[in-house]
Design a protein around this ligand. Structure first.
Ligand code: SF4
Ligand code: ZN
Length: 454
């Protein structure tokens, strides 16, 4: 039973899932396979939504690994809140899903790949759509699949995926909270997040933050998103976590050790050709081979020149604003337009698909916390615009002297207004990149084309 010390939980329904390997999925009716990745479910087609913007992005999927096998009751599923057939079609809830795992060789480093496994029934489940991670997670199920699902079966699928993808998991149990009003609604989920889960995430991130790209001998890569974005290759380094935000360097390392022939692989560093841009011969070579020989170079720390290709599951994006010779950031939560005249979803639509889009690059929400974030483009000194909410969330990692100089939608989204604002605030971009107080626009090559000087 997953007890949450700081919060009193309402009564749960308890189910027992099969624990024998050949029976793990008995009774699960949906297919779970990479061919269902990247599905979009429109509001009109949705039967149920959990997480996402309606609830202020206060939901979670959380995995922990415990040291004592007596802390896990194998196959136990606790379900709090209404079941799928007990709700009105089209309903939306905040939610929380917690998987607790034990295995004699399982460690904290396995948490990331385990989260990936935990996502699979939603990410790769027939009739389900999943975007984002952690508290910004957003899941929908379509009307066609409603009759095939209930929370007992989904719980069983979650436990089953954790076990078959992770033979190191010897015991696993799940707690599923669908935050309907009668069980405490968003308040309940938020209390769990604030008292218990966010501190765990912070501790996990802090561990990773101590590691720099120079400290390690190899990087890792992932091509799982090639199922819907051909030629896409994610480069995973300690200071550059991948777009989906699910995986991290330590997670990829653990995954490759368990499954050396899977979607994740070792990316040798080779020789460092440019430490500021983040250009490595080993990265270039691996990306070239794994992208069907379409992408020749990748700069790990640039969104402008030879950035990593974009799949489609990025949680945020960096985009070049030619009229300001600056870079804007936007995350999926922000519904409004940006200074380039597009909102996040339109921008994501044109930049997705596995191309190398000079000037437009996907990000995980957490990427800007890295010290090497866009350092090849000038780092924070090149950032001129971002949504207010995202800026507030990143306040800790934006250099203090720059914080008030970065425009938001509250200043405006039209270029002349932002330009005036940057001048008034004496944004460093003016001295470092503009000429005589005016921006010089770069002529950015088309996707997959080379810069003229390369
Ligand atoms: S975004 Fe990158 S790391 Fe995440 S699943 Fe796709 S290819 Fe793998
Ligand atoms: Zn992806």
């Amino acid at each position: 039973m997953i007890k949450i010390d700081a919060v009193k939980l309402p009564e749960a329904r308890v189910y027992q899932a099969p624990t024998e390997l050949d029976e793990l999925f008995d009774g699960v009716e949906i297919e779970i396979s990479p061919r269902w990745m990247g599905q979009k479910i429109r509001k009109a087609d949705m039967y149920m939504e959990i997480g996402g913007p309606k609830h202020g992005y206060q939901s979670y999927i959380h995995v922990d690994v415990v040291p004592d096998e007596n802390q896990v009751e194998d196959g136990r599923i606790e379900h709090i809140g209404p079941d799928i057939d007990e709700i009105e079609p089209g309903t939306s809830f905040p939610f929380g899903i917690w998987l607790r795992c034990w295995g004699s060789q399982l460690t904290e480093d396995h948490v990331d790949p385990l989260i990936r496994a935990g996502f699979m029934p939603f990410e790769q489940g027939e009739g389900w759509m999943l975007v984002n991670t952690r508290d910004t997670i957003w899941i929908r199920m379509n009307k066609e699949s409603a009759h095939k699902n209930n929370w007992k079966k989904m719980g069983q699928a979650l436990l089953g995926m954790a076990k078959i993808n992770f033979p190191l998991v010897e015991k696993v149990e799940a707690q599923i909270i669908i935050g309907a009003e009668e069980v405490g609604g968003r308040d309940l989920i938020q209390q769990i997040l604030d008292t218990t889960i966010r501190p765990e995430w912070e501790a996990y991130d802090a561990r990773l933050m101590g590691l720099e790209d120079e400290d390690v001998d190899v990087f890792y890569g992932c091509t799982l998103c090639q199922t819907f974005a051909p030629n896409h290759v994610c480069c995973i380094t300690p200071q550059r976590n991948p777009y989906c935000g699910i995986m991290s360097y330590l997670g990829a390392k653990a995954l490759v050790e368990i499954d050396p022939y899977g979607y994740s692989f070792v990316m040798p560093k080779g020789e460092c050709l440019d430490p500021v841009m983040g250009r490595y011969t080993g990265v270039d070579q691996t990306v070239y081979e794994r992208s069907s020989r379409t992408v020749k170079y990748v700069n790990l720390y640039s969104s402008l020149r030879y950035p990593q290709t974009n799949c489609g599951c990025f949680e945020a994006a960096a985009f070049y604003i030619p009229e300001l010779d600056g870079i804007g950031l936007v995350d999926r939560r922000h519904p409004g337009d940006t200074p380039v005249g597009l909102n996040f979803s339109k921008m994501a639509g044109f930049m997705s698909g596995g191309n190398q889009n000079h000037g437009t690059m996907g990000l995980s929400i957490r990427t800007p916390k890295s010290k090497k974030f866009l350092q090849g483009d000038g780092g924070w000194e090149r950032i001129v615009w971002m949504p207010n909410e995202y800026k507030t969330q990143l306040a800790d990692c934006i250099p203090e002297e720059l914080y008030d100089k970065i425009a938001t939608e509250e200043i405006g989204i039209d270029v002349p207004t932002i330009k005036e604002f940057l001048k008034t605030k004496e944004h460093p971009i003016i001295d470092k990149y503009w000429k005589d107080g005016e921006p010089l626009s770069l002529k950015v090559p088309k996707p997959n084309e080379d810069w003229p000087d390369e």
